[in-house]
Design a protein around this ligand. Structure first.
Ligand code: PGA
Length: 248
């Protein structure tokens, strides 16, 4: 059974004090839950936020460099992230792909770096609008997974997490319909079965991301192949984020 996860992606938002207030708010509002809760903070804040007195909320980073160390000004290595006690990060968010030219081969090296460092990740995939309009979304997402993730062994991919985030739904207020989300999530699971096995596919959590909010979360999370969400805008407000978590 795949783990249920609701993760917040703060992107480049909030000051440290606002982030602290947000996490304290989440901690005080959340009902006891089986859902795994993670906030992906800017790297700069990952340490202070992880040090807060909290029981439910884990902290992750939004990005890391695939190299071990060296002359990469402005970048953060996995060793550095791990040295502050953080052990999960996002890989391949569409904004990294689009604005920082992270292509499938760079993302494959980030996946490998994570595996080699025993570092957990959420691998993001999803098609831009023109791909969906050309009815090529399944081909496109399958290719993203094949080129960056499906080289892993059964043991390495077991229990991992994929986030399907259609690019046209991110920050636009346009959510995928439950049918669109479920059919892509079901397809992703079927590709894992094809490449690995049914047993492995059942251990992989597949999250939906893209304008997920307290109004649409319940319906999305009720889909059989949707194991949770990666939340941008609505994760910046403790009430909304907790309402989404409680939608399970
Ligand atoms: P959004 O962002 O919820 O603001 O659409 C989701 C994401 O980019 O992870």
């Amino acid at each position: 059974m795949a783990q249920k996860i609701v993760a917040g992606n703060w992107k480049m938002n909030l000051s440290l004090s606002e982030g602290v207030k947000l996490v304290n708010g989440i901690e005080s509002k959340i009902d006891s839950t089986d859902v795994r809760i993670i906030v992906f903070t800017p790297s700069l804040f990952a340490h202070p936020i992880s040090q807060l007195n909290k029981k439910d909320t884990e902290v992750g980073v939004q990005n890391f460099n695939q190299n071990e160390s060296g002359a990469f000004t402005g970048e953060v290595s996995l060793n550095q992230v791990k040295s502050i006690g953080v052990s999960i990060g996002l890989i391949g968010h569409s904004e990294r792909r689009l604005y920082y030219n992270e292509d499938n081969s760079i993302l494959k090296s980030k996946v490998d770096a994570a595996i080699n460092n025993d570092f957990e990740f959420i691998f993001c995939c999803g098609e831009p609008l023109e791909i969906r309009e050309g009815n090529k979304e399944f081909e496109y997402v399958k290719n993203q997974l094949e080129e960056s993730l499906f080289h892993l062994t059964e043991l390495q991919i077991k229990g991992s997490t994929i986030a399907y985030e259609p690019v046209w739904a991110i920050g636009t207020g346009k959510t995928a319909t439950t049918e669109q989300a479920e059919e892509m999530h079901k397809a992703i699971r079927s590709w894992i079965i094809e490449r690995y096995s049914e047993e492995i596919a059942e251990t992989v959590s597949i999250l939906y991301g893209g304008s997920c909010n307290p109004k649409n979360a319940e319906e999305l999370f009720a889909c059989p192949n949707v194991d949770g969400g990666l939340i941008g805008g609505a994760s910046l407000n403790a009430d909304d984020f907790c309402a989404i978590i409680n939608s399970f």
